[in-house]
Design a protein around this ligand. Structure first.
Ligand SMILES: *[C@@H]1O[C@H](CO)[C@@H](O)[C@H](O)[C@H]1NC(C)=O
Ligand SMILES: *[C@@H]1O[C@H](CO)[C@@H](O)[C@H](O)[C@H]1NC(C)=O
Length: 559
């Protein structure tokens, strides 16, 4: 690769070769103390000191691999979500399987539910399923989550876990008997699955699907292994917990190395709003299942585990899932309060674990169509950050580990002619007549437009009935009457002169002529003579605008 050392030359992190042996260090004398000037030594110790990132507060122990999703049957009658339209659509993904309660070194075979999280790199953006291997959960109130998890962990004083004392575990569960459905699953065979490749995944939560007509259907997802859900006996699981703590991880790793590719079929259960009203249980209740007789499984896809990752830390430890990524245009959250809490909590914990720019990491980054690496499935070594840009066009900038900072684009909504990231009316057909999306100027590829339209439609359908996005910016006569009174009635002649000279002095540094003109027009809204005096001071033509025309010129609403 151009500009890089051939890979076999040992180097410091800044890329220059380090000619000494990696164990070599600088000493004041052969038997003397180490030297602070030994940058190589300091760098290797300091980097080692920073190797750990916070482990996940739940689901700390896990492993995963790459997979391929294929849509086998269209769901277009119930959702306009892009990945669910055309049978045959395929996309790559990464899955992570985990236990819930244990620390990152705890045994895979512990009695616990399993997290099964699927990240799909679709042509339209990142789409996650953040599921469990049981169709229900312990709680149905998002607020209880921290309480519940505390009781699955260690005692505040002794730091002892459940293996030593399970009082806290049962204290919590028996106080909250809505947990009993999950507990019956968990203390039955499914509490100790035999392998990750032969284990079901369920959304548990209800999601809302929206179709083109705006009709809403409630759905639950089921991902079922082709070979059926295999389980260990309690005794086998306990024995393996001691002899082979990484049992599930190792089993999957070796299956994939041998070329075995575990497969799953993907289904939804659907319920109309009318059926939901008549349903015995609330659709928002995460502790209940929907009987399959009444709400049969409808197949839509397959998932095939394909290969091991190249680097565990990069592709599994740094992968960041969120149910908010389930809710792509065409899919919305139900009112389930546990789901609602997770919509906040998951991205929040990723910001804590990985930093505000975690979605720029190669494993989390969208690989939308149009990116040269869209179809390539690989690690950062093959997809340098700047070659597969983080496509999200927004004004988020900087922060730790920023890989794609949108170059010289203004980091605010700008009217400068040089700004290419602008509010832009993408409307070119009947789809909408009121929407303005944010898009890169010139980047009006079918894919970007399609995404914008889908998002707009989603916002309109999903939020239109609940609330609207209100834009509070805008200008009215009320905004200029007080500064006008200040200028005309309170200020003395000397104050007015001072104001003009201060503004002219400061605004003379503007390098874009139309902004100078806008400054004079801006003050002209307060008082025509003031605007004129500023234009003269700036040496430009005085071109007054009334409030309406001014609002139009800056793309503001006249309130
Ligand atoms: C969900 O919340 C909305 C807004 O409050 C309400 O109109 C709707 O009836 C709720 N639906 C269910 C199933 O809880
Ligand atoms: C967007 O463009 C369409 C089509 O040209 C137009 O009818 C509509 O008024 C525009 N909307 C806005 C908010 O500018």
């Amino acid at each position: 690769m151009v500009g890089q050392q051939p890979e076999h030359i040992y180097s410091t992190q800044n890329g220059f070769p380090h000619s000494a042996h990696p164990y070599g260090a600088q000493y004041a004398r052969p038997d003397g103390p180490l030297l602070l000037q030994d940058v190589h030594l300091i760098e290797s110790l300091a980097h080692f000191d920073r190797e750990r990132i916070p482990e996940r507060v739940v689901h700390a122990k896990g492993g995963g691999c790459r997979f391929e999703f294929e849509l086998t049957d269209s769901l277009s009658d119930i959702t306009f979500a892009a990945p669910y339209q055309k049978p045959g659509y395929k996309c790559p993904g990464t899955v992570r399987f985990s236990t819930v309660g244990g620390e990152s070194g705890s045994p895979d075979t512990a009695r616990d539910p399993r997290g099964t999280s699927w990240k799909m790199y679709t042509d339209w953006g990142v789409h996650d399923y953040v599921f469990n291997n049981t169709p229900v959960f312990f709680i149905r109130d998002g607020n209880q989550f921290p309480h519940f998890i505390h009781t699955q962990k260690r005692y505040p004083q002794s730091h002892l876990g459940q293996g030593d004392d399970s009082s806290m575990f049962w204290d919590y569960l028996t106080q909250n008997p809505e947990s009993i459905h999950q507990i019956v699953y968990m203390f039955g065979p499914r509490g100790t699955p035999a392998s990750w490749g032969e284990m079901s995944s369920y959304s548990g939560h209800t999601f809302k699907f929206y179709n083109k007509e705006g009709d809403m259907t409630y759905v639950q997802f089921h991902i079922l292994p082709e070979k059926g859900f295999q389980c260990l006996s309690g005794a086998e699981a306990a024995q393996l917990g001691g002899s082979s703590p990484d049992y599930h991880h190792g089993k999957l790793y070796r299956q994939l190395e041998r070329g075995e590719k575990p497969r799953y079929n993907c289904f939804v259960q659907t319920m109309t709003p009318k059926q939901a009203e008549e349903f015995r249980y609330s659709v928002n209740d995460l502790t209940k299942v929907w009987p399959k007789k009444q709400f049969p499984l409808r197949k839509y896809g397959t998932i095939t585990l394909t290969e091991n990752v190249e680097n565990y830390f990069e592709e599994i430890e740094q992968i960041a899932f969120s149910p908010s990524n389930t809710c792509i245009p065409g899919i919305g959250p139900s009112n389930d309060s546990v789901l609602q809490a997770r919509l906040f909590s998951y991205p929040d914990t990723q910001r804590h674990r990985l930093g505000a720019n975690y979605q720029q990491l190669p494993i989390n980054r969208p690989r939308n169509a149009g990116c040269p690496f869209a179809t390539m499935f690989s690690t950062s070594t093959k997809t340098p950050a700047n070659e597969c840009p983080h496509i999200a066009t927004n004004f988020q900038r900087d922060g730790p580990g920023c890989l794609y900072n949108k170059g010289k684009e203004p980091n605010y909504i700008s009217n400068l002619p040089s700004a290419t990231l602008k509010f832009k009316n993408l409307t070119d057909d009947k789809t909408t007549n009121k929407y303005k999306g944010v898009a890169l100027q010139g980047e009006e590829s079918a894919s970007v437009k399609k995404q914008e339209f889908e998002r707009e439609r989603h916002e309109r359908i999903v939020n239109g009935k609940i609330n609207e996005y209100f834009i509070k910016t805008g200008v009215s006569e009320l905004d200029v009457e007080q500064p006008r009174a200040l200028y005309e009635k309170v200020f003395s002649d000397a104050d007015r002169k001072e104001l003009i000279s201060n503004v002219v002095g400061h605004a003379s540094n503007i390098h874009v002529p139309e902004i100078k003109t806008r400054v004079s027009q801006y003050f002209g809204l307060v008082n025509k003579d003031l605007g004129k005096a500023i234009a003269e001071g700036l040496g430009i033509k005085w071109e007054p605008l009334d409030l309406q025309r001014y609002a139009d010129a800056v793309g503001h609403v006249r309130l």
